[in-house]
Design a protein around this ligand. Structure first.
Ligand SMILES: Cc1ncc(COP(=O)(O)O)c(C=O)c1O
Length: 440
């Protein structure tokens, strides 16, 4: 390592470190820790859903019966019994040998990035997409491009056009109750995307942490189930058991499994064996089949409360979608408003959200914002949405603009502004002026 001549610090940061930015969500979460703030910002599962008694019994059993193995170093692939359980849970024929247990699915994103992305190689993402994936890929210095999406997810015709001129290492896609928009790809879109990806030779990285959290009907089959050799699948125990376990998994084709495993070894040797054993104990005898419906029922009631409060309080010109599962509602403010500018005013009134601009790889829509409906109680949801609506109304008065939704203008070529259900698009209202704190 060389030292800087002009600086008093001996530390010289790697180029890639400059590409690592603080998560805007974590920064906002710090503000929301202030007492009295109702936060719709974090994507935190409701602690009411954590099966504490089952964990207590499982921890005791693992320590009683299996302590020396549970507390020892272990295989990088993960615990055999957990890999088998994962393979059996999935709705296509999965060989447990293709399952890699990871330290959260976030680690899956990091490992996939490490083995598939070169500097300046092209990576495609939905518009908008999961901020944590943008953060995980950024240090590998790819050219990340958002593909055009609508309320059914990826616009396959636009994708074909995008890939026609230049190939990409993969397309990162969240077909179920997407973070941040809450949208779900219907069967017809999945079939089209799967076929197009096969024809184009475009690998898919499918991320599915929310798929079990459906409210009315299960979502269609994952993309990976249609073409396991052309897809990497990421799953997580964070939303169905507890995120503090840091347990997720990757299902990878044979062609790349060994490389992923090497990346995993280099990263952390293995995911904690104790946690893996505890989860195997908890999941024995079909626990998830009994437990997950209770999460669905709770989150559905919270979604309904938020939709009801939005209908009751929001001024004209604010638009939002109706997610059929997951944890998030996607909102678009009236013409002329910026979610980033609105946030401090909302916090002053005791409510927080995440400005949508954080979730765009490029050409952000400054009018969008994400609301999580799962962490706050129904009473807090009503109070928080009322406060947010008041902030928006006051801001509209301040702007002096009629609270009327503008006609969507033409989209620039190859750029994607996702319109979640009921949402229009306004590429002119881009967030390029948002400032560095929102770039990720
Ligand atoms: C889309 C998506 N992928 C991955 C993750 C990471 O989840 P975990 O590492 O807890 O499994 C999250 C977390 O919220 C997410 O929303």
């Amino acid at each position: 390592m060389t030292t800087s001549q002009n600086s008093s610090s001996p530390w010289v940061l790697a180029e890639r470190a400059a590409l690592m930015n603080p998560s805007v969500i974590r920064e906002i979460l710090k503000v929301t820790e202030r007492p009295g703030i109702i936060s719709f910002a974090g994507g935190l599962p409701s602690p009411k859903t954590f099966p504490v008694a089952e964990f207590a019994a499982a921890c005791a059993k693992v320590l009683r019966d299996d302590a020396s193995a549970a507390l020892q170093y272990a295989a990088s692939e993960g615990l055999g019994s957990l890999r088998e359980m994962v393979a059996q849970m999935l709705p296509w024929n999965v060989d447990p040998a293709q399952v890699l247990i990871t330290t959260g699915s976030q680690q899956g994103l990091d490992l996939v990035g490490k083995i598939l992305i070169d500097k300046d190689s092209r990576v495609l993402v939905e518009t908008p997409t999961y901020l944590g994936a943008l953060q995980a890929f950024a240090p590998m210095q790819p050219k990340i491009q958002g593909v055009t999406c609508d309320d059914s997810g990826v616009d396959v015709a636009a994708l074909r056009e995008t890939v026609r001129t230049e190939s990409a290492r993969f397309l990162y896609v969240l077909p179920n109750f997407q973070n941040p928009t809450g949208r779900t790809m219907p069967e017809s879109s999945r079939a089209r995307l799967s076929q197009a990806a096969g024809e184009l030779g475009l690998p898919l990285l499918e991320d599915n942490p929310y798929g079990d959290l459906w409210f009315d009907a299960p979502p269609p089959l994952p993309l990976t189930a249609r073409n396991p050799e052309g897809c990497i699948y990421l799953g997580s125990f964070s939303k169905v058991l507890a995120p503090g376990l840091r347990l997720g998994f990757v299902v990878a084709p044979k062609a790349i499994y060994a490389k992923l495993l090497q990346a995993k070894q280099a990263a952390d040797l293995h995911t904690p064996g104790f946690n893996q054993r505890v989860v195997v104990e908890v999941m024995r005898d079909g626990f998830l089949q009994r437990h997950v419906p209770t999460i669905r029922a709770l989150y559905k009631s919270q979604r309904d409360a938020m939709l009801e409060a939005m209908k009751q309080h929001m001024p004209a010109g604010v638009e939002w979608n109706t997610p059929s599962g997951g944890m998030f509602l996607w909102v678009r403010l009236p013409q002329g408003m910026s979610a980033v500018e609105l946030l401090p005013k909302a916090v002053d009134k005791g409510v927080a959200f995440v400005p949508g601009a954080a979730f765009y790889a490029d050409h952000a829509d400054a009018r969008t914002l994400r609301l999580s409906f799962v962490t706050a109680s129904v009473e807090q949801i009503h109070a928080g949405i009322e406060a947010l609506a008041k902030t928006i109304s006051e801001n509209l008065e301040f702007l002096g603009s009629a609270p009327k939704f503008a006609e969507p203008s033409a989209r620039p070529q190859g750029v994607a502004l996702c319109a979640a259900a009921k949402l229009g698009s306004d590429p002119d209202n881009s967030a390029s002026e948002l400032g560095p704190q929102l770039d990720s």
